[in-house]
Design a protein around this ligand. Sequence first.
Ligand SMILES: Cc1cn([C@H]2C[C@H](O)[C@@H](COP(=O)(O)OP(=O)(O)O[C@H]3O[C@H](C)C(=O)[C@H](O)[C@H]3O)O2)c(=O)[nH]c1=O
Length: 186
Amino acid sequence: MNVSETYLPGLKIIEPSVIGDQRGWFMETYSLEKYKKAGIDLYFQQDNQSFSATKGTLRGLHYQLNPKAQTKLVRCTRGSIFDVAVDIRKESPTYGQWYGVELSAENKKQLLVPKGFAHAFMTLTIDTEVQYKVDEIYAPECDRGIAWNDPTISIEWPINTEPVLSEKDKIAPLLNDAENNFVFER
Ligand SMILES: Cc1cn([C@H]2C[C@H](O)[C@@H](COP(=O)(O)OP(=O)(O)O[C@H]3O[C@H](C)C(=O)[C@H](O)[C@H]3O)O2)c(=O)[nH]c1=O
């Protein structure tokens, strides 16, 4: 397993070890002990999975407010996505900065999105499935969004056509206007 840092503190890329043989391959997609040894000491409480039929579907930017802020361990198990995290920790030197990476069933990469980040992905294929672990359960009352096309964040999405969005994501506020902007209390 390989864990690498990104230019946003705490945001990591995990590449599990893949064991191939004449039948195909096997990999451990998560291990409490091995991830703890790699510095990822978390207790995940919920597994999520979403399916998006159309290429160019965009889910997010989403986050949960404290006390239900979530760390997410994201992977794509069918097709491919452009996965994005935005640092929304007000005191962070990288506040408002974004990072994007392609996660796919083929590259098997995982993105660890810490508390204090907003998260979104755009599908790059049809029939895309995303699976992710969260360390806090879903709390609708703490669920918040930021506009996917916020000009102050200026994410360079890989598909320029209008994305397929949920009604909620169509009306998400800008980072500067987001009610209760996430304040990450240590
Ligand atoms: C997140 C969540 C949602 N739901 C229900 C609420 C709605 O009735 C339905 C769809 O929810 P939503 O439109 O928020 O789903 P996505 O647009 O895929 O949002 C998710 O994808 C982006 C990329 C994220 O980072 C978040 O983890 C998450 O918000 O599932 C649940 O029952 N439990 C949950 O944990």
